[in-house]
Ligand binder design. Structure first.
Ligand code: F6P
Length: 342
């Protein structure tokens, strides 16, 4: 069998571990060949490939990023060029394609599958917002990095009796903010799922200082936004993929807090550091298991599926179901914060 692999969307730690796992499983268990497409769907559209054998994936387990390169492609282009992608796959004799990616990549995988291409998807994203899987790899690494950074901010905030706001990634889902906030003992966690009331945030800050606390640490997901009418957030318009351009919610909230409470506020935006570097051992294991089970599914003809973590086991779920909606933070998970914030 010949398997095609590509990594799409924003990169995340663990992608290389999946590529290695697919190649080793295909080669050792089945004697199959693997061909990588460069830079996500773009490589498939433009017929740019790289052969992947066991030697090519040597040493990849611990390396961050993706050796195949990644890119975002506008959904309209993918839709319009489905026939071209099918032609390229046929030219290379690809029997099954394994796309590794987040919402956009898996939606495109579903489209290809509907168009008759055998596909097995693998979910990745530091945001952990893919539905039907308990976790995506990359998330644990991002949370670990964010936690370490927040731990460090506690001590400098204490020294200066400041409010420190930390902006973490999370466009639609606040999983990183929630988990890093809990792990690092943040006093405030703002997520996209729950618009914040700036007055409430000011009250919390003032109360903490009034009762003698030395500092306030707030974790703010980049997609967090104020309740309408409570504070203006600059509008950055939309990017070429139809995503809202962020304008720095933590910085703007910080300015508002300084004005309204008189406290000194500093803002740290963690940004892409959350996606860089080597994956945690948890992510290496999850990525390796996803790659193994996707390759087995590819050989057993279980196509149109995505591998998923369910409890401790790896399962298969229909791609159609996995991309139907995003997995956002649930009200019950938000309620758990109550005893540890404020
Ligand atoms: O989807 C993963 C993610 O890291 C989001 O958390 C973030 O909003 C986005 O990608 C950033 O994308 P880019 O790398 O294109 O700036």
């Amino acid at each position: 069998m010949r398997i095609g692999v590509l990594t799409g969307g924003g990169d995340c730690p663990g992608l290389n571990a999946v590529i290695r796992s697919v190649v080793r499983t295909a080669s050792a268990h089945y004697g199959s060949e693997v061909l990588g497409f460069r830079d996500g769907w773009r490589g498939l559209l433009e017929d740019r490939t790289t052969p992947l054998d066991v030697a090519a994936v040597d040493g990849l387990l611990t390396r961050g990023g993706t050796t195949l390169g990644s890119a975002r492609v506008a959904p309209e282009r993918l839709n319009a060029e489905l026939p071209q992608m099918k032609d390229v796959l046929a030219t290379h004799g690809i029997d099954v394609l394994i796309p590794i990616g987040g919402e956009g990549t898996l939606t495109a995988a579903h489209l290809l599958s509907e168009a008759g291409v055998p596909v097995v998807g693998i979910p990745k994203t530091i945001d952990n917002d893919i539905d039907e899987t308990d976790l995506t790899f990359g998330f644990d690494t991002a949370v670990s990095i964010a936690t370490e950074m927040i731990d460090r901010l506690h001590t400098t905030a204490e020294s200066h009796q400041r409010v420190l706001l930390v902006e973490v990634m999370g466009r639609h889902a606040g999983w990183i903010a929630l988990h890093a906030g809990l792990a690092a003992g943040a006093h405030l966690t703002l997520v996209p799922e729950e618009p914040f009331d700036v007055e409430e945030v000011c009250r919390l800050v003032t109360e903490r200082f009034d009762r003698g606390d030395s500092h306030v640490i707030g974790v703010v997901a980049e997609g967090a936004h104020p309740l309408p009418g409570t504070m203006d957030l600059r509008d950055g318009g939309l990017d070429e993929y139809g995503h809202r351009r962020f304008t720095g919610v933590a910085q703007q909230l910080g300015e508002e807090l300084e004005q309204r409470t008189g406290k000194e506020v500093r803002t740290t935006v963690l940004g892409h550091v959350q996606r860089g570097g080597t994956p945690t051992s948890f992510d290496r294991v999850l990525a390796t298991r996803f790659g193994l089970h996707a390759t087995i599914a590819a050989h057993e003809g279980r196509h149109g599926q995505m591998v998923a973590l369910r409890g401790t086991e790896i399962d298969l779920v229909p791609l159609e179901k996995a991309v139907a909606r995003l997995k956002t933070v649930t009200p019950s998970r938000l309620a758990e914060r109550a005893a540890f914030t404020g």
